[in-house]
Design a protein around this ligand. Structure first.
Ligand code: PRP
Ligand code: URA
Length: 209
């Protein structure tokens, strides 16, 4: 699939396996989510444009590449996406941060919006939307709809784990969006949880269950 990138780096796979373990506690879970966001961000940002700038070294003056052009906005989908923000700002400290608050209805699995705020203007920024889980795809589609309605044009989405159902749906609705997935899991269960997955990402990051 064009614009879909499934990670195969052993460090990412190893850390995801520790996340899956139900014995992994909140503190370690939170650290791992952030580390995975750094590693995935490193991959997802490999096409940032460069320009040569003049720098004086202790030896001589030279032209040397630095990141040019688009500024970045990191947009976590609340709550669980918050766990990935510091991973991206470790790589790009100057990034602005937006928030998209959505929760899934436990019965219908439809996303409900409760808070959204993006850097303004956003049209010239590269937007990196982050959420550990892509399950039915409903939340991600709603989040990208919101970003586009507010003028966002250049969008990358990062998910630690995705279900095939959600990945297909998100890609069909938003084929222009680049999607980065840490691991593609088997399927959704009858409660729309990812199998084997890691459970409820928000609860595991914030220790709420
Ligand atoms: C989780 C997850 C995604 C969403 C994925 O959030 O972080 O945002 O579910 O499911 P979907 O692809 O079927 O929409 P949740 O709604 O549980 O909210 P939380 O992060 O506040 O726990
Ligand atoms: N949200 C989660 O946090 N986990 C899932 O498996 C599905 C949706």
């Amino acid at each position: 699939m064009d614009n879909v990138f499934i990670m195969d780096h052993p460090l990412i796979q190893h850390k995801i396996s520790i996340l899956r373990n139900k014995e992994t506690g909140t503190n370690e879970f939170r650290k791992l989510i952030e580390e995975i966001a750094v590693l995935m961000g490193f991959e997802a940002l490999r096409d940032l444009p460069l320009e040569d700038v003049e720098v004086e070294t202790p030896i001589e003056t030279c032209k040397t590449p630095m990141i040019s052009g688009k500024k970045l906005a990191v947009v976590p989908v609340l709550r669980a996406g918050l766990g990935m923000v510091n991973g991206i700002t470790t790589l790009v400290p100057s990034a602005k941060i937006g928030h998209i608050g959505l929760y899934r209805d436990p019965v219908t699995h439809e996303p409900h919006e409760y808070y959204c705020k993006l850097p303004d203007p956003i049209d010239q920024r590269l937007i990196v939307m982050v959420d550990p889980m892509l399950a039915t795809g409903g939340s991600a589609i709603a989040a990208v709809n919101f970003i586009k309605e507010h003028g966002g044009k250049s969008i990358k989405c990062m998910f630690v784990i995705a279900a095939p159902e959600g990945l297909k749906r998100l890609h069909e609705v938003h084929p222009d969006v680049q999607i980065y997935v840490g691991h593609l899991d088997r399927e959704l269960n009858e409660r729309a949880y990812i199998c084997p997955g890691l459970g409820d990402a928000g609860d595991r990051i914030f220790g709420t269950k």
